[in-house]
Design a binder for this molecule. Structure first.
Ligand code: 0X9
Ligand code: ZN
Length: 425
């Protein structure tokens, strides 16, 4: 497979975007297209850049059908049409899709009582960042003898990267780790919701379901639903499509580094960008984002303690289960047969409730090359047995702005996948 280096277009620069009265980027009238890039990818990229098209993702689908999903501003639509590219409309109006996500809901509900598990209605809407922290605190209080809140360093803007540690009958920190990250990419809101849903199911069922109890009795779970809090907050206050962190650098006016291109392993290979404006900007030096330092330090500690059994970096969108490696399409994980069997089984379990199809396979060969990505670091440096990334719903119709009425179903199917995986890994 051809490496797709530097394919991501520039990050949405607020300066070029139209803002509403509250300073929020207006996406009304933007259309989303899936565009075949053809063989001259650099020329293609330049064309789209001149239209101020925003890159959402690329090459989702199959390696022999390379394509980009791009959001084209209304004023560029005639010029886009004139390019006569092979394309398909994924959305007629991104602004309408954002509206369909629903308003951020209030939390907690009026009838919420402390020490009780929060209501499942948490999964019927998206919420503000502060409410995610309250939700996590409430889940922890409801399971106080088998859990504690944890932090993994601080973000660039100084927010603590918060999470929860769950354990079972062996006591705190006695078993190999399951380590989950959500929302490293700020706009991928479904990822934190699903990670919270998995946490919720573990906590809600530990005392009444022997299978669930066995998971926590066998593994310590370290779960960080939002590892890029600054970016997440920015998607809620200012720009729904922001991906990176919010780090500024003296060498550039561009903001943001892709924390999932910043891991200090195979950092400067194919599959990241040296350009600060790019959506896949890797940073000036390996591991130079505060977020990477925080979550990496925790992972290093887990690896040095009881070891990491399973790591999953939860993303959206595309419906993929991605195993090592991202840095190379020819490198093969030492336990690739096992990873293949388990990812196939996980995909089959995910499909059970609603038939949702997830494609599985090694990251580079299945999706595209990634340099400085999380799962390669956790696999080769931390020696995790399974180092995965999962791309949640959907395959492009709603993309990052998945309607709130799909949160519960996304969580339900992911939980089916995880029950299979925890029992069989
Ligand atoms: O490009 C990425 O970082 C992920 N795709 S996304 O569309 N959500 O941005 C894929 C990452 C897979 N690999 C690693 N975690 N290394
Ligand atoms: Zn992502």
């Amino acid at each position: 497979m051809k490496f797709l280096q530097g394919l991501f277009l520039v990050a949405p620069l607020t300066a070029a975007l139209q803002l509403d009265r509250r300073g929020k980027v207006v996406y009304d009238g933007y259309k989303i297209f899936r565009v075949a890039s053809g063989s001259d990818v650099a020329a293609f990229e330049a064309q789209l850049e001149s239209l101020e098209a925003i890159d959402l993702t690329h090459n989702h689908g199959h390696v022999d059908e390379e394509h980009f999903d791009v959001a084209v501003p209304p004023e560029s639509l005639p010029a886009f049409d004139a390019l006569n590219l092979t394309s398909q409309v994924l959305s007629d109006d991104l602004g309408a899709d954002i509206a369909l996500e629903g308003d951020l809901a209030e939390y907690p509900e009026l009838d919420f009582s402390a020490a009780a598990l929060p209501s499942l209605s948490w999964f019927s809407a998206y919420h503000a960042y502060a409410d995610h922290l309250t939700f996590l605190k409430d889940v922890q209080s409801s399971f106080s003898s088998n859990s504690e809140l944890i932090t993994a360093g601080k973000s660039f803007e100084g927010r603590a990267i918060q999470g929860i540690h769950l354990w079972g009958s062996g006591g705190k920190g006695s078993k190999p780790a399951v380590y989950f990250h959500g929302n490293v990419h700020a706009r991928e809101w479904i990822s934190s919701k699903v990670v919270e849903y998995l946490t919720y199911q573990l906590v809600a069922n530990y005392n009444n379901d022997t299978t669930v109890k066995s998971f926590l009795d066998k593994y310590d779970f370290y779960i960080l639903p939002i590892v890029n809090p600054d970016g997440f907050v920015y998607t809620q206050t200012t720009n729904r499509l922001w991906r990176k962190n919010r780090q500024t650098r003296s060498s550039t006016t561009a903001v943001g580094t892709d924390v999932n291109r910043n891991w200090p392993y195979k950092w400067d290979g194919e599959g990241s960008s040296t350009s600060p404006g790019s959506e896949t900007y890797r940073g000036q030096a390996a591991g130079d984002t505060p977020e990477n330092t925080g979550i990496r330090t925790l992972g290093d500690q887990l690896a040095a303690s009881k070891g990491i059994k399973l790591y999953i970096d939860w993303h959206s969108y595309g419906q993929y289960i991605l195993t090592p490696y991202g840095y190379s399409c020819s490198a093969v994980a030492t336990n690739s047969a096992k990873q293949n069997t388990l990812s196939r089984g996980t995909a089959a379990a995910i499909a059970k409730p609603y038939g949702t199809q997830f494609t599985y396979g090694p990251t580079c060969a299945t999706l595209y090359a990634t340099a400085g990505g999380s799962n390669d670091y956790v696999t080769d440096v931390n020696k995790a047995e399974l180092g995965w990334a999962i791309e949640l719903r959907d395959t492009g119709r709603n993309g990052f702005t998945l309607p709130a009425d799909q949160i519960l179903a996304s969580g339900t199917e992911a939980w089916e996948g995880m029950k299979y995986l925890f029992a069989n890994m």
